[in-house]
Design a protein around this ligand. Structure first.
Ligand code: DQA
Length: 138
């Protein structure tokens, strides 16, 4: 089983960015634990702040991997290009959010990409990523 976690804009600042919302743990530390907990799952990681780079990566992995776990950050709420991209792929994509986007500003309630994704996991802190791996293992 080979999955990739793809994080979008500002998620390189996890652990530093708004810790009251996103927690104090860096993605690197969290990933170490995740890889230990799922020795039979190959977990790749990619982050970019740039929409086109996210699309390039999705296209690169989207015909070869077993699953894509995508936290598109704020592009979730705006990007038709990401929606089109996800629709073009063979690999299923799970949309993930660390925070509960329904309990925040109104503009975060709409996801452009949700219709193209297999499902959405949100609001469980960093463990939203873990739950997405569990979902791929079902
Ligand atoms: C986020 C929620 C988005 O609304 C926000 O723009 C982010 C992070 C989350 O993981 O909770 O950058 O995707």
């Amino acid at each position: 089983m080979k999955v990739i976690i793809i994080n979008g804009p500002n998620l390189n600042l996890l652990g530093v960015r708004e810790p009251g919302i996103y927690g104090k743990e860096s993605m690197e530390t969290y990933l170490q634990q995740l890889r230990k907990d799922y020795p039979n799952v190959e977990i790749e990681y990619y982050q970019s702040n740039i929409e086109g780079e996210l699309i390039n990566k999705l296209q690169e992995v989207g015909f070869a991997y077993d699953g894509i776990i995508l936290n598109a950050g704020a592009y979730t709420h705006t990007s038709i290009a990401l929606l089109d991209c996800i629709r073009s792929l063979q690999t299923p994509v799970i949309e993930v959010h660390i925070s509960n986007v329904n309990d925040r500003e109104e503009f975060r309630r709409h996801s452009m990409i949700a219709p193209a994704c297999k499902g959405t996991i949100q609001g469980f802190g960093m463990n939203s990523y873990r739950l997405a791996i569990e979902a791929f293992l079902l």
